[in-house]
Ligand binder design. Structure first.
Ligand code: SF4
Length: 373
């Protein structure tokens, strides 16, 4: 336990009338050591292993390690997994609220250096936000590894010399000599898409016979007329319609709505960079119409990449709202009529990139992160 911690405890005890001269420092350390009550900040899947650590099998409370909820009543925080730029602020606010002495355990490869999201546009390392006392390695780490980190924090509180289990360090990769034994992690594998010009999205499976599906497809064809480029039964319970333009979307979803397709399952963008278009994909389904419940209706159309404008459908399908906002964030598709266009939703407002899922976007390489173990 550092001087600040002991002093805080002494001042607190003095205020309630306990003679601090009678209290050796070792008592305070001993008390703190077995009173680590962490707020756990579950940012991702590591949280499951943390729960496991506290469950009866491992019973971390045997070491005086008892998770509680409010950062203002805790002396430790376990940050469990991936921290995005948006979440980094929450981590900082939670940490700032904690009284001294306070300790931080960062859990999982994601917390250490980004893990599977290494070098991406939205993930930050915990050590860049708050000081870390113990790292827990793994993806996900085992409960034994979490317990090891708890023991490390306890040793630290007792004033024992603690050998760090990991020391992240940063240096300029350009200065690395080729024969240097430590190698940086491999950059993410890039797939070159230049050869892909088109994708046949409405390809029917051979020999599919589905009467209801054919009836629905014929209905769409007659309602939308020449606005339909292609309408097929792709498989049983799987209908596919390709429209000739974004201008036909409203008509198509309105007739789908009337037929009983009452919700949007997903809206997606396929970036066909080589054709200069975004292929929009709308998947509709039904919760209320028994016959249509297992049926998926997928609607496709193309919009030019340099002027990607699509009518919003949130008045008809309110569930489309967050998906439209996400696609604006990630691809820059403008949904006309959605009042949130122009503002970030998924990405933190200060994320320094625009439309990171467009194919031309290249992740700027980090200068270099090497983790010594
Ligand atoms: S380290 Fe692995 S388990 Fe933990 S948050 Fe990252 S991906 Fe999930």
């Amino acid at each position: 336990m550092g001087d600040t911690g002991v002093n805080t405890l002494k001042i607190t005890l003095k205020s309630i009338g306990i003679d601090i001269k009678l209290l050796p420092d070792s008592w305070a350390s001993w008390g703190t050591k077995f009173s680590i009550w962490p707020a756990h900040l579950v940012t991702a899947c590591c949280g499951v292993e943390f729960a496991h650590t506290s469950a009866p099998g491992y019973d971390a409370e045997r070491w005086g390690f008892l998770p509680i909820f409010g950062p203002r009543q805790t002396n430790a925080i376990v940050i469990e997994g991936t921290v995005t730029r948006k979440m980094a602020k929450v981590v900082k606010v939670a940490y700032e609220q904690m009284p001294y002495p306070k300790f931080v355990i960062a859990m999982g490869s994601c917390a250490m250096e980004g893990g599977v999201f290494w070098n991406s546009y939205h993930v930050v390392r915990v050590s860049d936000i708050v000081p870390v006392d113990a790292w827990v390695m793994g993806c996900p780490p085992t409960p034994e590894a979490v317990i090891r980190a708890i023991r490390m924090v306890q040793d630290k509180i007792e004033g024992k010399e603690v050998k760090p289990n990991i020391r992240p360090s940063q240096f300029d990769l350009t200065k690395l000599k080729p024969d240097k034994p430590q190698r940086p992690p491999n950059p993410p594998h890039r797939i070159e898409f230049e050869l892909i010009k088109d994708i046949n999205v409405c390809k029917p499976m051979p020999n599919v016979k589905w009467e209801l599906g054919q009836k629905l497809v014929d209905g769409f064809k007659s309602t939308l007329g020449n606005g339909v480029k292609n309408a097929v039964v792709r498989n049983v319970n799987d209908l596919c319609i390709t429209l000739d333009s974004a201008g036909r979307l409203r008509e198509a979803v309105e007739s789908a709505f009337k037929l009983g397709f009452d919700h949007v399952k997903s809206i997606n963008v396929i970036d066909l960079i080589n054709a200069g278009v975004f292929r929009m994909e709308y998947v509709l389904g039904s919760y209320m119409n028994k016959e249509l419940m297992p049926v998926l209706l997928t609607i496709y159309f193309d919009v030019p990449r340099d002027e990607a404008k699509v009518p919003s459908i949130i008045d008809l399908y309110p569930g489309a709202d967050y998906q439209e906002r996400e696609l604006y964030d990630l691809f820059g598709v403008w949904f006309e009529g959605n009042p949130w266009m122009g503002s970030n939703f998924l990405l933190d407002p200060d994320t320094p990139v625009k439309y990171p899922l467009r194919k031309e976007y290249r992740i700027p390489s980090l200068k270099g992160v090497v983790v010594e173990r």
